[in-house]
Design a protein around this ligand. Structure first.
Ligand SMILES: Nc1ncnc2c1ncn2[C@@H]1O[C@H](COP(=O)(O)OP(=O)(O)OP(=O)(O)O)[C@@H](O)[C@H]1O
Ligand SMILES: [Mg+2]
Length: 570
């Protein structure tokens, strides 16, 4: 684990772009500090030159005007500087939050798919929301305070020393006790904050899962079960928050009590010293004001410290995420010499296992000649969809190769691979947006004519035009407003829009009734014409226009043979 200090440093690099704003905010904050330290001196003048001084009334009234004028100016300017510093801090920290969120989000898109296989979405969501917000809070409420409060305290102490060194010494005695309070509670506070954030991310996870699966929850009447699970974590979160609050109240109490006791002693001594004529009543007033300044600066410092604790936990989690090893940079398109793409696919001694150890390919060999239509059969869970992922370059085989027209898929730049291979996936995957947006996902620059042509070829145009707003109809989150078969036809339209040399159909008609299936098969036959097609299915009976059939079994591919024949290895 990083130390908390270094957990924040990497995020501060973003501040570099806002140097001017930060400089102005710091200048304004120091100006506020200076005004805070000046105001008591003005009060002292008010007391000594106007109230106590035995000068003629006329003169004292003139002085009164002067001092009040200065005081008003100082207070007004202080307000202006405070407002300016506050606005600048807000604008800088909001930008920083946006920058950090962007970093995290971009990083997520560079990570291996394996990373997502093991992640709970809620934790990632919590990272980009709660954790970034904690960072932002620290920088807004805390960072300026962490710098200006100590300076204010220091300045006030120096001024107290200037008025009366002995009182200055007594004031200083408060600080070792404060240090003790803070150092004894620091670790506990940090631990509670960490646990609190973890609980919060679990809560987010649970929430997202239930909303995504709301139809399943209703179908199995599991509302109470879900509410129960949520409440357990919600209650745990409450307990942690209360623990946190109690600890904070205790810290605040001890801090304040220490300060008050210390200051009571100082006040008592001050009274004695005024009584014995060592210091004037004006000094007394200035000293009281300084004690007040010290007290409020220490209070805001302790708030800043709490924020700091929360932010350093958040910073650590974000750093862990940002330190997650990204994929190596993909092969660059410049300099890549593409062959003439004909759509030949070869698997050579392919070996692949998921990180959890599930072996899916164990020396598989196969060849699809250009333009061939090959069915891929195999039991559920045997690895058919995994093969599609490997051909698309989404996972990397541990050994062996996948070649497209003689070129290793791993060496083909992604944007080139996208031109050559396309998939109609088993899980369609629609985005919130319109029907048009969802088809155009395959090619963002597609024209309306091309999109309609693709939909017609996928036998989807008919149902789309019957939707309330045709191509402009919103499909809902993950396409919930469409039927399974409709979604599949949108996915087929997507694939058609790419016009690939190699097409992979992963159970592309599994959600479709026989009648529609005939229509979709027709669309698929059009789509399959003169391109290599790998058709993943459970039964060969559902397939038309197939040249050959491969069977995947125990990590290897076999040509389908009559059942009586024994399959040789390899
Ligand atoms: N992301 C993953 N992480 C770990 N294991 C996985 C992952 N995806 C799939 N598997 C495992 O790999 C094996 C092959 O899964 P795959 O989805 O390729 O099967 P399939 O042949 O397409 O099955 P189906 O016919 O049911 O679609 C299964 O045992 C599955 O549990
Ligand atoms: Mg599958």
């Amino acid at each position: 684990m990083n130390r908390s200090g270094s957990a924040l440093a990497p995020f501060l690099k973003h501040l570099g772009r806002h140097k001017l704003a930060i400089f102005l905010a710091v200048v304004c904050s120091f100006a506020v500090t200076a005004f805070n330290l000046t105001v008591p001196l003005l009060f002292r003048r008010l007391t000594e030159d106007v109230l106590v001084d035995p000068a003629p009334t006329q003169l004292r009234l003139a002085r009164l005007g002067g001092v009040i004028g200065l005081l008003s100016c100082a207070l007004l300017l202080r307000r202006v500087c405070q407002s300016l510093a506050s606005y600048l801090a807000t604008s800088v920290t909001q930008r920083l939050a946006v920058d950090v969120r962007r970093d995290v989000y971009r990083h997520l898109h560079r990570l291996r798919l394996e990373f997502f296989d093991d992640q709970r979405t809620g934790i990632l969501v919590s990272n980009v929301t709660n954790d970034v917000t904690a960072l932002q809070f620290l920088l807004h409420d805390g960072l300026v305070q962490l710098f200006t409060a100590p300076i204010t305290v220091l300045g006030a102490i120096v001024l107290v020393f200037g008025i009366d060194p002995l009182l200055g010494l007594v004031t200083l005695a408060v600080f070792p006790v404060l240090y003790l309070v803070i150092s004894r509670t620091r670790d506990r506070l940090r631990r509670i904050n960490e646990e609190n954030q973890t609980t919060l991310s679990h809560l987010t996870s649970l929430f997202l899962e239930a909303v995504w699966n709301i139809r399943i929850v209703r179908a199995f009447r599991r509302q109470d079960h879900e509410i129960g699970r949520f409440e357990t974590i919600n209650d745990a979160s409450l307990r942690l928050r209360l623990q946190n609050a109690r600890l904070n109240v205790l810290i605040e109490f001890f801090t304040e009590a220490t300060i008050l006791l210390g200051f009571a002693a100082v006040l008592w001594m001050m009274g004695l010293r005024v009584a014995t004529g060592r210091i004037g009543i004006g000094d007394l007033i200035a000293l009281v004001a300084y004690l007040q300044t010290i007290r409020s600066s220490l209070t805001s410092l302790s708030l800043a410290y709490t924020r700091y604790q929360q932010a350093s936990g958040a910073g650590r989690r974000l750093l862990d995420l940002l330190h997650e090893q990204p994929l190596p940079p993909p092969p660059a398109a410049t300099g890549f010499q593409p062959p003439v793409w004909r759509g030949e696919l070869r698997l050579v001694d392919l070996r692949f296992a998921y990180p959890d150890g599930t072996v899916v390919f164990d020396g598989a060999n196969a060849e699809l000649r250009p333009g061939e239509k090959v069915a891929l059969l195999g039991e559920s869970g045997v690895g058919k969809s995994t093969l599609a992922s490997l051909v698309l370059g989404l996972y990397q085989p541990q050994d062996g190769r996948i070649e497209l027209d003689g070129v290793d898929v791993g060496t083909i730049p992604p944007e080139v691979l996208l031109e050559v291979v396309s998939i109609v996936p088993q899980d369609v995957g629609l985005f919130s947006g319109t029907v048009r947006d969802n088809i155009a996902y395959a090619r963002l620059d597609a024209s309306d004519e091309e999109i309609i042509a693709a939909a017609e070829a996928a036998n989807a145009h008919g149902f789309i035009t019957r939707l309330s707003e045709g191509y402009g109809t919103y499909v809902g989150d993950q396409g919930v407003k469409l039927s399974g078969g409709q979604k599949q036809r949108l996915a087929i339209a997507r694939a058609i829009l790419r016009n690939p040399r190699l097409l992979i159909l992963d159970e592309a008609t599994s959600h479709i009734d026989p009648e529609t299936e005939a229509l979709v098969q027709e669309a698929l036959l059009r789509l399959m014409a003169d391109r290599t097609t790998l058709i993943i299915a459970h039964q060969s009976s559902a397939l038309r226009g197939i040249d050959r059939t491969l069977v995947l079994r125990q990590g290897r591919l076999y040509e389908e043979m009559p059942p009586a024949m024994v399959l040789p290895g390899g």
